[in-house]
Structures are given as structure tokens and as C-alpha cells.
Ligand binder design. Structure first.
Ligand code: FES
Ligand code: MG
Length: 601
């Protein structure tokens, strides 16, 4: 009956009886007054005393879908199949909502809510009678929020992705969600389409239920969940409307009950080796620039010190194997039909790039799950020895402008790559004068202005866009050139910033710069006209101004009270700004790191 996920519990040798934590609410050794209070209200919708007293595992279903979160909304349907799986395996399901996070609608930015949803979910998992939990993931930040909470709480937990939308098309050409916005806004800026046509154009990337069908942050983070062993093998890439999606929902329900009975917890699965596997996988799929932030955050909550340096050390020399937008051509349906993540991991396993013996959710090792699952479709998933691109990982940069920033090298143009990244004997570095913008509003206001001195040699800088400057960190570093340059055929300029950028962006920006301007970083000292030197081989970005000038600017800025973003508009924004670390540290709530493996305390 476990044909789909191929599960067996062979790798798990622990057979001690589990103490279900739900017995602290519904067990016979709870004092009768408390037990009656805990039990009675769960009877009022039809649960029976017999069920609650049965000693069956109680499984939470953390529902992230709602009318506010269309990307995850199909989970309202899928959760029915999860319940059936839970029942079949002998558990009882309790479905509950988590704080909504819709990437495209939440103002000022959805990332502000990752830590809020995390906090809320930890409190729910701690405070209610749950023995295990199915985490319904999908849209970008829903997945890391859920995995961060699972790590902190450390009760058996299993992700089910909602799955990507079907492929979109524009007159027969693939239209990838997110990507189509970047293309459309160029057409709009260049005056080739009007406002109405722009919206229709963008909507072609949204053909069905599900999350973005490109390898944006949603597809990436769900691939990360599967690569970490926290989702059933081959489950992440199934398009939302496919029959396999609902079938895996059922299997996920069954699997979580087994995990509870075997006491297979996040700490057994999300080990240092598992995180290194995830980094390797992220390069091979051309994953999002948000992955280092979120995966690092999950690791920190698990008590594992993953750093941005690890992303370069472990991930840079891995090849790009998946031909999917934005780094490649295809979309989610093609990826799934070509074999999904197991087909990618089978290549990496054969090449010795994975820790093969890491335990996964189904009790089997990574190697057991993916060995031999090679793709039959070499247009979409390449052989390891014949990749789309070698050395396709993130480069981790430092220098006098910041202590940490990353660049996604799989989207750098071939010319730029040859000139500035490959050929180690060539000493050439990239230099240019900057134009500085303070936050996204300033960029939008001034980019088309003739007096803003942007030409084809300009480096575009955005600051005030980090976790503190623009609470949550804005996805804005992939700035497009002004219409006057687009008309001349210049479609991109180098961009650097202390914000993030969309996972669906094909821009080779230098981003997630930490410390950000609002945390006292040197980006705050930069002025339009300054020159920067970007040496990708030496992994450095330096400001070409004298030490004296540097010092005097610093003194002047400090005298003004430092660099500030806009005022906070809500209580959470203020709390977030006080408690949150920089992007290089995963943007976690510092205080939360004191609380680890709560269920075992
Ligand atoms: Fe939700 Fe892309 S906007 S997944
Ligand atoms: Mg986004």
C-alpha cells in the first residue's frame, strides 16, 4: 500500500513505544477536571469520547490555504485526502489555519510574515494536543515558516506542497509565472503594450490552481523540503491539478502517522548532511536566491550553524541540471514529467555529490529513495556529465561595501561569465559608477527621470531594502534599466542591494547584502557617482573611495543618527525590526534561537 512513495521502515531500528504527547490532554492520568475540559469542546462537532480516548496519534494539518492565499488555496481540497490517509493509518486529524502569507499581495512584503507565521505555528504545536503535523506548503514563505516551526518544536512533521500551476502559454510560447511580469514590464516601459494588455499578458502565467510554475522561491523551497527529507520523495514537483497530487496527499497522511509511531522527528532528518544535500540540489535546479536565507533559517532553528560561506563552498561547483525558467526554458509540468526532483538527485547521487545515507521522512535513506530514478527526458533534466552549465552555484561575496552578499551565477550571461568569472589568469574585474536609490519607491520615482544619470555602464544600487530598512526585506534588487536604455536594446544593468529579489528573476544581481544600510552597513555611505570594483574571482566588492572620505562620510551619517527606512506602520513591523537578524543570518528572530527541540524539554 506504500507503492507511490516506496516507503518502508527498514532504515529505522528504533522500536521503543512512543509516548504520545496528546495523552497529556486526553490521557487517563490527567486529572479528571482538566481532562473533561480538554475533551468536552472537541465533542461539540461530533468527535466521540471513544476516539479521543483511543490512544491514536493526533495529527495536525497546518492549513496555509485560504481565499487570501490563492497559491495555496487548493490545499483546502487536498486536506480531505490527507485526512483519509491519516484515518487509514490509524490517526485522528485536527486541521487548523496558520497565518496567511501570499507572496503577491501582502504589503509591504510577504517576507515580513515568515517569522510571524513561524511564531504562531510554534505556539500552536506547543499548546495543543498534537503528536505530529502535516505542513501544507506552497507559496514562497509558507514553506520555510512551516519548516522553521517544525525544527523549533521537533515533533514528527511532514510537508505536502500544493504543487505548481499548469504551464502557461502566450500564443504557443511558454509563459512562466513571475518571469512574465519582468518581460511584460519591459514591454510596458518601452511603450509596446498598454496597461490593460500588460495585465492580460501577465495573467497568462497564471493558468490554474497552484503556486508559481517557474523555479521561483516556491518550487525551490518545496524542492528543498524534499531534498532535506521532509517531504515524500517525488512529491514536490507534482502540478497542483494532477491526480498524483491528491494521491500523494493521501500517502502523506499515512506517512505522518507512521512517523509518529516510529518517533521519527525533524532532528533525525534535518542533519548537517541533509542541509548540505539541499545546497547541492539548489544549484542543480537553478534555485532561488531566497533559498540561502530560508534554508539557513531552518538550519539555525534546528541548531545547525549553516553559513552563507557554506553555500559557496558546498554549492558553487555543482552543475545546473534542470532546464527550467528562470535559469532555463521549461516549466513545472515538464519538470515533473521528466522525473521531478528524484531524477535530479539520482544524477547527483551517481556523481558522489550527495550524502547518501541520510535518513528521510519515510524511514529510508536518500540513496534508497532516488537511486536509478534518472530522467527519460534529457531536454529538461540533463545528465551530470552533460550539464547546462558547470559551476552554477551561488558566489558568496565580501569587501568594503558589505560583509556578505550572494550572486546567482546560473543566470549570468555567457559573455559576462567568461569575462569576469571563468579564466582565472585574466585579472580583469568589473568597475563602474553607481546610481543609488533609497528603497523601491525612490527607484520607481526616479528611474525614468532624464536627470538620473543612468547609462549602459551604470551599476544600479538599492539600499534601505533590507530586513530593517524595509521591514521583511523587499524583493527589489532586480531593477530594470530605464525605458530609454530598453529601447536601445539594453535589457539589464548590474544591480547591487541590501534587499532580496524574486526567485523568478533572471537577474544576476548581487543581493541580500549584509549588514544592510539600516543596520549600519557601508551601503549607507555610498553616493551616486562613486565607483565600485566587483571582482567575482576574488569574491569581493569594494568602494573606490579614499579611507579619509570614507571616515568623514561615516561621521556625518552617525551625526545625523544613522540610516533609516520608513516608519513602522504596525506593531509587528516594530517588533520585527527590533528582534530580527540580517539576511546573511537567515533573518531569524534572535531570541527564538534560544528555544530548540521544545517537545523534548
Ligand atoms: Fe505564490 Fe509565486 S506568488 S508561489
Ligand atoms: Mg517573491
Amino acid at each position: 500500500d506504500l507503492k507511490i512513495n516506496g516507503a518502508s521502515s527498514s532504515a529505522s531500528s528504533r522500536e521503543r513505544p512512543v509516548q504520545l504527547r496528546s495523552r497529556k490532554w486526553f490521557g487517563s492520568d490527567v486529572n479528571p477536571a482538566m481532562e473533561s475540559i480538554y475533551v468536552e469542546r472537541y465533542l461539540n462537532y461530533g468527535l466521540t469520547r471513544e476516539e479521543l480516548a483511543s490512544g491514536k496519534p493526533i495529527i495536525g494539518i497546518a492549513q496555509s490555504g485560504s481565499d487570501l492565499v490563492p497559491c495555496n488555496r487548493y490545499h483546502l481540497e487536498l486536506s480531505k485526502r490527507i485526512r483519509e490517509g491519516i484515518r487509514t493509518a490509524g490517526g485522528i486529524a485536527f486541521e487548523f489555519p496558520i497565518h496567511p502569507i501570499q507572496e503577491t499581495a501582502r504589503r509591504p512584503t510577504a517576507c515580513l510574515d515568515r517569522n510571524l507565521a513561524y511564531l504562531g505555528l510554534v505556539e500552536i504545536l506547543y499548546g495543543y494536543p498534537l503528536d505530529g503535523v502535516v505542513l501544507l506548503t506552497g507559496c514562497d514563505k509558507t514553506t520555510p515558516a512551516c519548516l522553521m516551526a517544525a525544527a523549533t518544536m521537533n515533533i514528527p512533521a511532514l510537508c505536502l506542497n500544493v504543487g505548481p500551476m499548469l504551464n502557461g502559454y502566450i500564443k504557443g510560447d511558454l509563459s512562466g509565472s513571475g518571469m512574465v511580469i519582468w518581460k511584460g514590464r519591459e514591454l510596458l516601459s518601452a511603450g509596446e503594450i498598454n496597461r490593460d494588455e500588460f495585465i492580460e499578458y501577465v495573467a497568462t502565467g497564471t493558468p490554474s490552481a497552484g503556486h508559481c510554475n517557474t523555479m521561483g522561491t516556491a518550487s525551490t523551497m518545496n524542492a528543498m523540503a524534499e531534498a532535506l527529507g521532509m517531504a515524500l520523495p517525488n512529491s514536490a514537483a507534482i502540478p497542483a491539478p494532477y491526480r498524483e497530487r491528491a494521491q500523494y496527499a493521501y500517502e502523506t497522511g499515512k506517512q505522518i502517522v507512521e512517523m509518529v509511531l516510529k518517533d521519527r522527528k525533524p532532528s533525525d532528518i534535518m542533519t548537517r548532511e541533509a542541509f548540505e544535500n539541499a545546497i547541492v540540489v539548489n544549484t542543480a535546479i537553478g534555485g532561488s536566491t531566497n533559498a540561502p536565507i530560508h534554508v539557513t533559517a531552518i538550519a539555525k532553528h534546528m541548531g545547525i550553524n549553516l553559513t552563507m560561506e557554506d553555500w559557496d563552498q558546498v554549492g558553487f561547483e555543482v552543475p545546473l541540471l534542470l532546464n527550467m525558467q528562470p535559469a532555463g526554458e521549461y516549466l513545472g509540468e515538464d519538470y515533473f514529467r521528466a522525473g521531478g526532483l528524484p531524477a535530479i538527485m539520482a544524477e547527483l547521487l551517481d556523481a558522489g555529490k550527495l550524502h547518501a545515507d541520510v535518513l528521510t521522512c519515510n524511514g529510508r535513506t536518500v540513496a534508497d529513495n532516488v537511486r536509478g530514478k534518472h530522467s527519460w527526458d534529457r531536454r529538461v533534466i540533463k545528465e551530470y556529465k552533460n550539464p547546462i552549465l558547470d559551476n552554477a552555484g551561488f558566489r558568496h561575496l565580501r569587501g568594503s561595501l558589505f560583509d556578505s552578499a550572494i550572486m546567482k551565477t546560473s543566470v549570468i550571461s555567457k559573455e559576462f561569465r567568461e569575462k569576469f568569472l571563468e579564466n582565472p589568469d585574466d585579472p580583469e574585474a568589473f568597475e563602474g559608477a553607481v546610481v543609488v536609490f533609497d528603497g523601491p519607491e525612490d527607484y520607481h520615482q526616479r528611474i525614468e527621470d532624464e536627470s538620473t544619470p543612468v547609462d549602459e555602464k551604470t551599476l544600479l544600487i538599492i539600499r534601505g531594502a533590507g530586513p530593517l530598512g524595509y521591514p521583511g526585506a523587499a524583493e527589489v534588487v532586480n531593477m530594470h534599466p530605464p525605458g530609454r536604455l530598453l529601447k536601445k536594446g539594453i535589457h539589464s544593468l548590474p544591480c547591487i542591494g541590501d534587499g532580496r529579489q524574486s526567485g523568478t528573476s533572471g537577474s544576476p544581481s548581487i543581493l541580500n547584502a549584509s549588514p544592510e544600510a539600516a543596520a549600519g552597513g557601508n551601503l549607507g555611505l555610498l553616493k551616486t557617482g562613486d565607483r565600485l570594483r566587483v571582482d567575482l574571482r576574488k569574491r569581493r566588492v569594494d568602494i573606490l573611495i579614499s579611507d579619509d572620505e570614507f571616515k568623514s562620510r561615516r561621521e556625518k551619517l552617525e551625526a545625523q543618527g544613522g540610516y533609516h527606512g520608513p516608519e513602522s506602520h504596525t506593531p509587528w513591523q516594530e517588533i520585527f525590526r527590533k528582534e530580527t537578524d540580517q539576511l546573511s543570518e537567515g533573518m531569524v528572530l534572535r531570541e527564538a534561537l534560544k528555544y530548540q527541540r521544545i517537545a523534548q524539554k
